[in-house]
Write a protein of this length. Structure first.
Ligand SMILES: Cc1cc2nc3c(=O)[nH]c(=O)nc-3n(C[C@H](O)[C@H](O)[C@H](O)COP(=O)(O)OP(=O)(O)OC[C@H]3O[C@@H](n4cnc5c(N)ncnc54)[C@H](O)[C@@H]3O)c2cc1C
Length: 466
């Protein structure tokens, strides 16, 4: 079971792990994998192990470096797949949902739809809700209106490194640290979110524009990103995402919230006019009429990304303030122009608006709640189709692009626990950048020393510095 488990549970394999012996399947190093069914079972298991035994938790299996799923010699993995409960209830004036530690977004989104409610969920249907929340996950579509999902947490049930079951509320010292660095601090058994009403989203418009040459993609992005900066960023009642794909498509999605007063067409027409002026064809136009339709918009595309194995490298960059012309040009001329989209055709560059409620709500230890402008380079390819030299070439090209991004004044790089690649050799990530501030980084470090002095929870995106 152990030998095939990782292939079944991990959605991708880190591109950095595919540069050694070719055709050798990546296996977990853990000595044992358990599928606990309750907090009690997790607590008893942790107490029964020698105190030095490292423990890794796996929820949706989408973390791009496979830190938890590969783990290490002598480690024990807790595969949370049996903890699938989704319970709706009321907490005082709040409508809330309590979600088990193994629930993935497709399950949560479908259940929340039935309740006519909404949450700022991530785009991947198989991404683990807890794996996303404890690493400070963001929603490009919904966070400007609803904040980060972590900013809607009211309660967490966790098991500590000593095997104690604790219920954390905002009054607990550990609570905030769990919502950006939780994968290093405890095992989450369930999490309770405050729901929003489904009417927070009025709808969304999406246009898919095809391109032939990279110069065309760059030319479209150069102007579309100025529309995003000048017309969308100052207005918290909408958000806009531009995705450039290795399959030669530009996908522009504009999401309109209940607070939006204007005409949707005023934001879509300029993108269509721009495409026409550059001689590019709009090949698909979609309207999503609800929170659910918008949340599920990318599921069919993501469902199609199943290779054997799917190799992934993930990095993010962005700005806390409004991006300058120089930053936008660098994104176009470096990331969009030079990312290995042809060599790794499943790859995407996502450019999103953040800010809004994510900035105004209670800060979390996550760079995601401080940034207004966000770019995510996801390098993806079918590893079976690539020779070792080709894999190395794709990895080198990604690193070169990221090195250039690090040299751009005003552009922060790798500030997210969900979108950064902690296993890149020789690429340091800064605790203050990834957790948002020096003070947040110091707080997380202090909590880590206190609750997990033996570093039992060591397989997470912050392993380089925590
Ligand atoms: C297709 C796709 C779409 C994505 N979309 C978004 C997006 O829109 N926004 C965004 O922010 N990110 C997004 N991501 C990134 C994703 O949120 C992160 O990779 C996330 O950490 C994955 O969580 P997981 O549970 O699926 O992965 P896992 O590998 O299972 O877990 C990730 C980390 O969380 C820890 N963890 C998991 N469960 C627990 C638990 N119960 N207790 C304590 N720690 C736990 C693990 O130990 C590991 O360190 C996406 C990724 C993919 C592949």
């Amino acid at each position: 079971m152990k030998d095939t488990w990782l292939a079944e549970r991990a959605s991708c394999v880190s591109g950095n792990r595919l540069l050694g012996g070719i055709d050798e399947p990546i296996r977990t190093k853990a000595r044992e994998i358990y599928r606990p069914g309750s907090a009690q079972q997790i607590a008893e298991l942790i107490r029964s192990l020698p105190t030095g035994t490292p423990v890794a938790s796996v929820c949706g299996g989408h973390e791009s470096s496979n830190a938890a799923a590969v783990a290490g010699d002598g480690a024990v993995i807790l595969d949370m797949a049996r903890l699938k409960s989704i319970e709706f209830h009321r907490d005082g004036a709040h409508a809330v949902v309590t979600v088990g530690g193994g629930v993935v977004f497709r399950e949560l989104v479908e259940a929340v739809r039935e309740r006519k409610a909404a949450l700022p969920v991530g785009t991947g249907p198989g991404v683990g809700v807890v794996g996303y929340v404890v690493n400070g996950g963001l929603s490009g579509y919904f966070s400007r209106r609803l904040g980060l999902l972590g900013q809607r947490v009211m309660r967490l049930t966790v098991v500590t490194a000593r095997g104690e079951i604790r219920v954390l509320t905002p009054a607990d010292e550990l609570f905030t640290a769990m919502l950006g660095a939780g994968s290093a601090l405890a095992v989450v058994v369930d999490v309770t979110f405050e729901l929003a009403g489904e009417n927070v989203v009025r709808g969304a418009e999406q246009r898919v524009i095809s391109f032939e040459t990279r110069d065309q993609a760059v030319a479209f992005a150069r102007e579309a990103l100025r529309i995003q900066r000048d017309h969308v960023l100052p207005d918290d009642s909408l958000s806009m995402e531009l995705v450039v794909t290795g399959t030669k498509a530009l996908v522009a999605t504009v999401v309109f919230y209940d607070t939006f007063q204007g005409r949707m067409a005023d934001f879509v027409a300029p993108l269509e006019t721009l495409a026409a002026r550059l001689g590019l064809r709009v090949v698909a136009a979609s309207h999503f009429g609800s929170w659910f339709e918008t949340a599920a918009a990318l599921w069919p595309v993501i469902d199609g990304m199943k290779e054997n194995p799917l190799a992934m490298l993930q990095h993010c960059m962005g700005t806390e303030g409004v991006p300058s012309d120089a930053v936008l040009d660098a994104v176009c001329d470096t990331i969009i122009a030079e990312a290995p989209l042809d060599e790794a055709p499943l790859s995407i560059v996502e450019i999103r608006t953040l800010g809004g409620a994510a900035v105004s709500k209670q800060p979390l230890p996550s760079g995601n709640c401080r940034h207004l402008f966000f770019v995510d380079l996801i390098t993806l390819y079918d590893a079976q189709e690539k020779s070792l030299a080709e894999r190395q070439g794709i990895t080198d090209a990604t690193r070169t692009v990221m090195e250039k991004a690090r040299g751009v004044e005003g552009l922060a790089v790798d500030f997210s626990g969900t979108h950064s690649q902690p296993d890149d050799p020789e690429m340091g990530v800064s605790p203050a950048v990834i957790f948002g501030t020096e003070a947040m980084a110091a707080m997380v470090r202090e909590r880590k020393r206190r609750v997990d002095p033996g570093n039992r929870f060591r397989y997470h995106p912050y392993a380089k510095f925590l």
